[in-house]
Write a protein that binds this ligand. Structure first.
Ligand code: 13P
Ligand code: SF4
Length: 365
C-alpha cells in the first residue's frame, strides 16, 4: 500500500483507452467492496463502467440497499450526499470530481429558504399550514430543513404522489428549488395555475401580495434547470411540421408550455422505458440531456425508431460531464491502494434531519 494518496496529476493526461483498462482492473481488484452508480446523463466513457444505472430515485434506493464498502457515485454532488445519508455508517460515498454540482440545486440555499419561511410567518402559520417539499436536486441542509418542519423530498418520478402525501397533511406546499417540476406536477393533479405562485427569493415577500399567498396551494421557488430551460414549444412545432407523426417525451424540469405539448412526461428512467416500449418504426422528440438521448437513439435504432434531441442547440449538463474516465480511474486506483479520495460526508446532525425527509419519501414510494 502506498503511504499517500495517488495525486490526480498522475491521471489527468491519460488517454481514455488507458483509463478504461485501469478502471476495469481496479474494479476487478475491489470486487464486491465497491459499487459504481451511474446517472443516465453520464458520458459514455464513464457510463459503461457503472454497475447500476438509473434516475435519482432508483439510484438513491440502490445506495440505501448496497452492501458495498465504497459507493462511487458518477453523478452530481447532491446524489452522493443522498448516498451518504442513506447508507450505513461504515460505508463511504465518493464523488469522482468534487466540482460536479447542480446549478439548479444551487438556486436555493438555507439562508434564502429560512428567510422565506420567516416571511411567510407574517401572513400565516407555516408550521400548521405548509409542507416544505424539496426536490432531491438540493443540498443536504435543505433536506434537513424539510426534516425539521415535517416536510419531505421528491424526485422527478414521484412528485405527484409526494404532493398528494403533502396535501393530505397540510393545505399548502412550499416547493423548491425547481418551479417547473412543481408547476407541471401540480397542474396535472388539477391545481389551477393561479393557485401556484412564484416565490422570487430576491424580493421581499417573494414579490407576492399577502392575498396571493393566502390563496396559493403551491408556492413555487424561482429555480430552474439551465439545461431543460433550453427546450421551447417552438422546437416541437417546427419539428412536427416536418414529421407530424412524432411522439414527444419531456422531462418535467422542462417548462410548462413544452410539457403541455408533450405526449409523455417522465423522469430519465421513465423516458427510457417509454421509448423502449414504443412501437417499432416510431419517431421521438425528447426533451432531456443529450448523452441520454444519443445513447437511447443508438439503442433503439435497429427497431426502426428515431430518437431526436429537442433543442437545435446542443446543451449538455456541464456538471454531469465533469466526471470523466480520468477522475474515475483516479478514485478507484486510490481505493485499491487503501486511500479514499473525494469522500462526501454530510455532517451528522444535518444527515439525521435530512434522513427524516428522505425516509418520508421512501415510505410513500
Ligand atoms: P432524474 O431523477 O429524472 O434522473 O433527474 C435528475 C436530474 O437532475 C434531471 O435533470
Ligand atoms: Fe442539475 Fe439540470 Fe444538470 Fe439535472 S441537468 S443535474 S437539474 S443542472
Amino acid at each position: 500500500m502506498s503511504a499517500n494518496p495517488l495525486p490526480f496529476e498522475q491521471f489527468a493526461l491519460l488517454d481514455d483507452a488507458e483509463c478504461d483498462a485501469r478502471i476495469g482492473a481496479a474494479k476487478e481488484k475491489l470486487g464486491g467492496r465497491c459499487v459504481v452508480l451511474g446517472h443516465h446523463y453520464q458520458r459514455d466513457e464513464v457510463f459503461r463502467h457503472a454497475d447500476f444505472t438509473g434516475d435519482s430515485l432508483k439510484l438513491s434506493r440502490l445506495a440505501a440497499q448496497s452492501q458495498a464498502e465504497y459507493i462511487v457515485f458518477c453523478g452530481v454532488h447532491f446524489m452522493a450526499e443522498v448516498a451518504d445519508i442513506l447508507s450505513r455508517p461504515n460505508q463511504i460515498a465518493i464523488l469522482p470530481d468534487l466540482a460536479a454540482g447542480c446549478s439548479m440545486a444551487d438556486m436555493a440555499n438555507l439562508i434564502n429558504v429560512e428567510r422565506c419561511w420567516k416571511e411567510l410567518a407574517q401572513i400565516l402559520d407555516p408550521e400548521t399550514t405548509i409542507t416544505p417539499l424539496t426536490y432531491i436536486n438540493s443540498a443536504a441542509d435543505l433536506k434537513a430543513f424539510c426534516g425539521r418542519h415535517e416536510g419531505i423530498v421528491c424526485t422527478s418520478s414521484n412528485a405527484g404522489k409526494i404532493l398528494e402525501w403533502s396535501f393530505a397533511r397540510k393545505e399548502k406546499v412550499l416547493f423548491f428549488p425547481d418551479q417547473h417540476l412543481g408547476r407541471n406536477t401540480g397542474y396535472r393533479m388539477g391545481i389551477p395555475l393561479e393557485e401556484m405562485v412564484l416565490w422570487d427569493f430576491t424580493q421581499p415577500l417573494g414579490g407576492l401580495t399577502p392575498q396571493q399567498i393566502e390563496r396559493a396551494k403551491i408556492i413555487l421557488w424561482k429555480g430552474f434547470c439551465s439545461v431543460h430551460q433550453m427546450f421551447q414549444p417552438e422546437h416541437i412545432d417546427r419539428f412536427k411540421e416536418q414529421y407530424p407523426e412524432t411522439l414527444v417525451v419531456s422531462h418535467p424540469e422542462a417548462c410548462f408550455e413544452v410539457c403541455e405539448k408533450s405526449d409523455y412526461i417522465g423522469s430519465t428512467e421513465s423516458i427510457l422505458k417509454i421509448v423502449r416500449e414504443g412501437a417499432p418504426n416510431t419517431r421521438w422528440l425528447v426533451a432531456t440531456e443529450l448523452n441520454l438521448v444519443n445513447r437511447l437513439h443508438e439503442e433503439v435504432k435497429h427497431q426502426g425508431k428515431n430518437v431526436h434531441f429537442m433543442s437545435p442547440t446542443l446543451c449538455m449538463c456541464s456538471t454531469m460531464f465533469r466526471t470523466d474516465p480520468q477522475h474515475l480511474a483516479w478514485v478507484l486506483e486510490n481505493l485499491t491502494a487503501g486511500h479514499v479520495v473525494n469522500r462526501i460526508k454530510v455532517p451528522e446532525e444535518v444527515a439525521r434531519e435530512a434522513k427524516l425527509a428522505l425516509d418520508n419519501m421512501l415510505i410513500v414510494v
